[in-house]
Write a protein that binds this ligand. Sequence first.
Ligand SMILES: Nc1ncnc2c1ncn2[C@@H]1O[C@H](COP(=O)(O)OP(=O)(O)OP(=O)(O)O)[C@@H](O)[C@H]1O
Length: 495
Amino acid sequence: MVSRIHLTKDERAIIERVSQGWRQKLDQWTIARLALARSLQMTEAPSPELYPPLSGQRGGVELHPMQLIGEGRANELEDFTDLYCAMLSIYEGADLFEDEELYHAALQRHVRRGLAVLNEEWRDQSDLNRYILDEILVDRAKEADSGETSDGLGERVTRALGQIGVDAKLQSTSVGPRLTRFSYELPLLDDLDRLRRGQDKIGFALGLGDRKIDIAVGTSERTVVLDVPRPSTTWKTVNWPDIVSALDSPAASKMSLPICLGTSVLGEPLLIDLAEAPHLFIGGTTGSGKSMCLHSILLSLNHNKVLAPELLLVDPKAVEFAGYRGLPNLMGKEPVVTPDDAYRALNDLVDEMERRQTVFKELGARDISEALEKGARLKRIVAVVDELGDLFLNRREIEIPLIKLAQKSRSSGIHLVLATQRPEAATFPGLLRSNIPSRIALTVQKNAESRIILDEGGAEQLLGKGDMLVKFTGQQVVRGHGSRVLPSDISEILR
Ligand SMILES: Nc1ncnc2c1ncn2[C@@H]1O[C@H](COP(=O)(O)OP(=O)(O)OP(=O)(O)O)[C@@H](O)[C@H]1O
């Protein structure tokens, strides 16, 4: 007898959420098949620990493999069992043709993992065709070999430069995850003006559409650096496991709260010290990769279990931080989800800040670093607030504890990370702005929104999906690519 694919109540809810988001009505089989395709597209098998065998689930779903992959259909052409069994055998490194039960368990694991990923990736505003194109049909082989995709691009850039009258000599090419950097020597000083004036024409010659080339003056004589965005099919995704080791590097060991946001445009880890920031404001339109950015911050803060700060998580959507329930350093053991609770929790942090100032005075310490050296048993605290705009709409007074914390909590080791998809003057009012000098802008819709976040434009031209501009206190804005965090990366830190 063919066993069923069992899904939990939560997974049923994912199917329902996702099926409602698509314009055309899709049945649960189609969504489960998309989930299966998404999981099979990943390079590693889903772990049996994360997706243990399930039998009938209360409130869950039972899928029959016949409807999922045509298993057992009378018409052979509609039965894909052998194909799936072969693929799963390769994934699992076992001959699943020998054991139907193991085969169905593997099928179940893939559908379940695929649903978890789909849940993360699916936005209610997403377009089905776009989603399938970008996430399911994307050519990973091409993506992995981004070096090859730059072949010919240098020649085309040089030709375009010639067409605007700049006879530049290509000196070097570096391929980053999404952009290729070309360094040129300009024989004539006037070429620099010609190049700047012709910036849009070069983009036009290369067929970049609304993606923009960045031009910067290089560090050696008469050199300029051109960052040319490549088509998304050639991007190399920055996955969290690829960059996590940066948190064990000598540079990170000198930081009190090291955070790896992703990579620079050339693929080097992008590290910042939140303790130096000392607070962060993150803005970006929906789907720009803001949540992924927050997850990279939270995973970074929890990377070293001994040094991990205490965390206050405010999550008005009540889904984004659910995966952190049960973290030992999570204040209140649960993310805070209502505006009233958020207001209370932030006021408690203000009290804690004041209590710490008294402790420092007694110890003769100026700040938390000195107090720790003098033996105080204190931990740094990081409050991460998602959807700040929603909180302000529901409970405007929340601004008061936030401003107090932003103004005074640096020395007491309490740091704020505030995120919003509505970067507006009302969401980032003057007193918060002046006390939160470190900012991250993901893609925004308008130049004015970029200015609210960074005090300068540019974020409206980012490429989406974690492409970011980072302005770290007192430094120049740098561009980076955020890392992609999967639910399994989050569950890993709870182990
Ligand atoms: N760094 C990244 N690398 C690759 N893909 C990414 C990255 N960041 C985001 N994405 C893609 O974009 C989708 C949306 O990302 P995310 O959920 O972080 O957006 P968001 O800005 O938080 O949106 P919302 O405000 O609607 O929650 C992800 O599901 C993923 O497919």
